[in-house]
Design a protein around this ligand. Structure first.
Ligand SMILES: [Zn+2]
Length: 157
């Protein structure tokens, strides 16, 4: 059976943990079910903001703590590697980010794309997706938003 999710990486809250366990039990790719098959999302409960031929833009199911916006941009094909993205998908993804920047009056943000083996990245769903994270201004005094960028290599002893 293909492993579509990495429960260890996507269980920040009890609600999220329960959904990840359901997805694991169902043995499906949640993004394929929710965003590629043209049916009502089964797992994802946030509204779809924008949909193109190549991508679905929605809010993250569990936004990073303290984020002003945390969007997911999910590819409408089940791919996991950078080299599987075609030029139209790359162009369209950045057109959507430009749209979001204007639409939400984003002063500054971060785009994340984890790809490949989730054991190297901390991704919770393998199906290729971008994250657009927008925090508040440092001037407002909040702490930094933290996420995993992978795992540190062991130090030489
Ligand atoms: Zn998928």
């Amino acid at each position: 059976m293909t492993k579509h999710i990495c429960k260890e990486h996507g269980s920040r809250t009890p609600e999220q943990k329960a959904i990840m366990e359901r997805i694991e039990k169902d043995g499906i790719c949640p993004f394929c079910v929710d965003f590629c098959q043209g049916e009502k999302p089964q797992y994802h409960t946030k509204p779809i903001i924008k949909e193109t031929r190549w991508w679905v833009l929605t809010q993250n199911f569990h936004p990073y703590e303290g984020s002003v916006h945390h969007f997911l941009l999910v590819c409408k094909r089940h791919i996991t590697k950078l080299r599987e993205l075609n030029v139209w998908e790359i162009f369209d993804a950045f057109s959507i980010f430009k749209w979001a920047e204007k639409e939400y009056r984003i002063q500054g943000g971060v785009i994340l794309l984890r790809f490949g083996d989730p054991e190297h990245t901390g991704a919770s769903v393998q199906h290729l997706h971008f994250q657009l994270v927008v925090g508040d201004s440092r001037k407002n005094g909040g702490p930094v938003i933290l996420t995993s960028l992978g795992y540190q290599k062991q130090k030489d002893s």
